[in-house]
Design a protein around this ligand. Structure first.
Ligand code: 2PG
Ligand code: MG
Length: 402
């Protein structure tokens, strides 16, 4: 494949911040990708290139300048070749020179071009490349947003409904019904109900338990629905203790709080229960609760194959969050998935809190047969686009199998 032209420009993400959108053309085929942006980030993530004024002007110039010149001279026969070429061109460990956002926009768009050339859906291309069996993921729907995504009105960043019906179509329907029901309950209880960054409700309560008491009612009549959280505990750490609702917790006390929550409510998963530096506590919670809930690492492992291998040695977690922009190419994202599966863990594919209309993560989640997908609440078009894409993927999969 030879890329004949490349265009890149800035668009707005869900927070109204600039982000990069890139279009590649081979003459015969054309593909576009836009890149999301995180707020509660891990310190080892690949570097999103942002200028001091918050714009992505330099990242765009890198795509339309240096990267375009380098790519246009060459033929590539696989996506892995393009990705390796981009990593080498960048030359840094964390893609800080050209920008992980610049590089990933090319990587995702080129994955789409290879899928088009092969005349197969993107998820099928991903499954073939990764050599895994595609499968429908559970929906991890962030219904109540807190933490850094909502001025800490709730201390825990994400209170999630996990929906795993027989089909994606049914899961999406159940998620919508549950989300609407939750909205009615919250509006009945609170005079003010703002929304959070990820398109979920953003209430405030005086106790840690209240959101889960409400969610317990929502899940009780729904057989295939349970509760998960992302504590994003990097954001809760103050010195060597954690602060939730103005109360200080040692790691041991926080572990006790999680244990109580898991004992009282129908929990399925806990993500980033401790800060990335508090690795011993990860090992403890996984040993203590890991047979009852999945313990997902996000900021701890940042979709980095080496960090996932290390986490496996230390048994920090038993599931990995997979976010392409934490590592910066599709090939390395697939490597991270392989390391996750080699460890015997589940993979949960995730969006970022600043999102675009790009639906790549839907194809990725289905293509790698992920356990789940985090695509946010149902009150933002950019999140709904992912759920809609999942429904279409299911139809494509049915058509291909007939
Ligand atoms: C997370 C994400 C996405 P952010 O912590 O899992 O939900 O948030 O994109 O801000 O890192
Ligand atoms: Mg997280």
């Amino acid at each position: 494949m030879r890329i004949k032209s490349i265009d890149a420009h800035a668009i707005s993400d869900t927070r109204g911040r600039e982000t990069i959108e890139t279009t590649l053309s081979t003459g015969e085929f054309e593909a576009t990708a836009s890149i999301p942006s995180g707020k509660s980030t891990g310190s080892h993530e690949a570097k999103e290139l942002r200028d001091e004024d918050g714009s992505v002007t330099t990242a765009i110039q890198n795509v339309t300048g240096e990267i375009t010149v380098a790519l246009k001279e060459r033929d590539f026969s696989t996506m892995e070749e393009i990705d390796a070429f981009l990593c080498e061109l960048d030359g840094t460990q964390n893609k800080s020179r050209l920008g992980a956002n610049a590089i990933l926009s090319i990587s995702i768009a080129s994955a789409r071009l290879f899928a088009q050339e092969a005349n197969i859906p993107l998820w099928r291309f991903i499954a073939d490349t990764a050599k895994v069996t595609p499968h429908a993921p559970r929906l991890f729907v962030n219904v109540m947003n807190g933490g850094a995504h909502a001025d800490f009105r709730l201390p825990i960043q994400e209170q999630i409904l996990v929906v795993g019906e027989e089909t994606l179509k049914e899961s999406v329907t159940v998620a919508h019904e549950a989300f609407a029901e939750l909205g009615n309950v919250l509006r009945g209880e609170l005079s003010n109900l703002p929304m959070g960054d990820e398109g979920g409700y953003s209430p405030s309560f005086d106790t840690i338990e209240r959101p889960f008491e409400i969610l317990a009612d929502i899940v009780s009549g729904r057989e295939n629905t349970s509760i998960a959280i992302d504590s994003a505990a990097n954001e809760l750490l103050d010195g060597d203790e954690y602060v939730l609702l103005k109360k200080r917790y040692t790691s041991a006390q926080l572990l006790e709080l999680y244990t109580q929550l898991v004992e009282h409510f129908h929990f399925h998963a806990i993500e980033d229960p401790f800060a990335e530096s508090d690795t011993e506590s990860f090992t403890e919670i996984t040993a203590k609760l890991g047979d009852r809930v999945i313990i997902i690492g996000d900021d701890l492992i940042v979709t980095n194959p080496k960090r996932i291998e290390d986490a496996a040695v230390h048994k920090y977690i038993n599931a990995a969050l997979i976010k392409p922009n934490q590592i910066g190419t599709v090939s390395e994202t697939i490597d991270a998935v392989h390391k996750t599966y080699e460890a015997g863990w589940h993979a949960v594919v995730s969006h970022r809190s600043g999102e675009t209309y790009d639906t790549f993560i839907a194809d990725l989640a289905y293509g790698i047969g992920a356990h789940g997908i985090k695509a946010g609440g149902l009150a933002q078009q950019q999140r709904l686009a992912k759920y809609e894409r999942l429904r279409v993927i299911e139809q494509e999969a049915t058509a291909l199998s007939n």
